[in-house]
Design a protein around this ligand. Structure first.
Ligand SMILES: Nc1ncnc2c1ncn2[C@@H]1O[C@H](COP(=O)(O)OP(=O)(O)OP(=O)(O)O)[C@@H](O)[C@H]1O
Ligand SMILES: [Mg+2]
Length: 359
């Protein structure tokens, strides 16, 4: 089993919640505002990054308590128990800390133990929103292939900001600072671009291998925003200094990448598909990614309010796919009825007012 013996302390509306006896399918059932999504968010912090709401640490700490929050879970990794934990110190010095088997480590290290994916209602706007959201989405998917991907993304962004400052400053007449920063950008940018491309390729391989019905097949393309090879990108940055100075920003590079998604059979850009079609495309992408992530490492998939929106046939197909993938799944809903087909084998918790009771 992937995650079990989960604990939330002072995390949003959960003062002290424990979940024990997790299974392959795990259901969190309760009224609106009970604290179901909060539990998924807590689990999402057992992966690198800011979690499924991209909230700040201060937002996640329980408002009623002055201290920081803590989230912990046990994981079985190649037959050995591993304890994962993440917490923050009390304010004002909120910082995310991570512990694996009692030893403090970086958040990026969590990705080596566990591959995490999620689908939430907030992601419904992914195809319509700005390209930056799709890049961030793709980078999160890429972590399942390479836990270091996020480190390259962050290092690239940092170097990019430094170069943009230099462009605006008009200092550095002999170009030495440019040389140093552009070398950083080329190094991390090439790895970032490679990781994105490889993730799209791996996802497409899974998507093509999946049955089309009943979920539509997405076609994903990685469209680079600059030269992808390290040396070519370094050269382009060097050659583009005057142009970028005029524009006061770096015009080419992975920060201009686009993840293009089409509804394959209809040759329709996802952004122009119906609301229901967009949801279905996103679900097909989520399943393909879960299949990719489940190979090699323990993996967890968080599905917030997904089952209730599907008709009974598609819901049955979703459960079948999830079972075949073999990933651990955490699903939320306001009622148990949509889960009746898996209720017998699932671990079910009733969530109410920031507490969870195993049924
Ligand atoms: N930092 C916080 N401290 C205390 N409570 C919080 C904090 N952040 C959010 N909450 C509250 O937690 C409650 C539960 O939120 P959550 O999103 O988990 O509900 P939910 O069970 O998923 O409901 P729904 O079915 O409507 O999605 C909300 O009432 C919210 O206002
Ligand atoms: Mg919710």
């Amino acid at each position: 089993m992937a995650l079990d013996r989960i604990s939330l302390a002072r995390f949003r509306n959960h003062a002290d919640t424990a979940l024990e006896g997790a299974a392959g399918f795990n259901l969190l059932v309760g009224a609106n505002g009970a604290g179901k999504t909060n539990i998924l968010e807590a689990l999402s912090l057992l992966a690198p990054g800011r979690g499924l709401r991209r909230a700040t640490l201060a937002e996640m700490a329980q408002v009623e308590s002055a201290g920081g929050f803590a989230v912990g879970a046990s994981l079985e990794y190649e037959g050995e128990p591993v304890r994962l934990g993440t917490w923050t110190d009390p304010e004002p010095n909120l910082r995310r800390k991570v512990r694996v088997n009692g030893a403090e480590t970086s958040a990026a290290a969590l990705g080596e133990w566990l591959a995490m994916g999620w689908l939430t209602p907030a992601m419904d706007g992914l195809f319509m929103g700005p390209a930056q959201e799709r890049r961030r989405y793709l980078d999160r998917l890429a972590l399942a292939r390479d836990p270091m991907h996020g480190t390259h993304a962050a290092a690239y962004e940092k170097a990019l900001r430094e170069r943009n400052r230099l462009l605006a400053d008009r200092r550095d007449p002999d170009g030495r600072w440019f040389d140093a920063i552009e070398a950083q950008m080329a190094d991390h940018g090439a790895r970032l671009a490679h990781g994105r491309q490889a993730t799209v390729d791996a996802l497409m391989a899974r998507i093509v291998a999946q049955d089309e019905a009943p979920f539509p097949r997405p076609a994903l393309t990685y469209a680079p925003g600059g030269p992808v090879g390290r040396d070519q990108f370094a050269q382009a940055l060097h050659d583009g200094r005057a142009r970028d100075r005029a524009a006061q920003r770096t015009l080419a590079g992975p920060h201009r990448d686009e993840l293009e998604v089409y509804y394959a059979a209809r040759r329709m850009p996802a952004a122009q598909c119906s609301t229901g079609e967009q949801k279905a495309l996103l679900l097909a992408m989520t399943l393909a990614h879960a299949a990719m992530a489940a190979a090699g490492r323990p993996s967890v998939l968080l599905l917030d309010e997904v089952a209730a929106h599907l008709d009974p046939d598609r819901r049955a197909a979703l459960f079948d796919r999830l079972r075949a993938i073999g990933t651990q799944v955490w699903m939320t809903g306001t009622e148990i009825a949509p889960f009746s087909a898996i209720e017998g084998t699932a671990a079910v918790w009733e969530v109410a007012a920031g507490a969870a009771r195993r049924l």
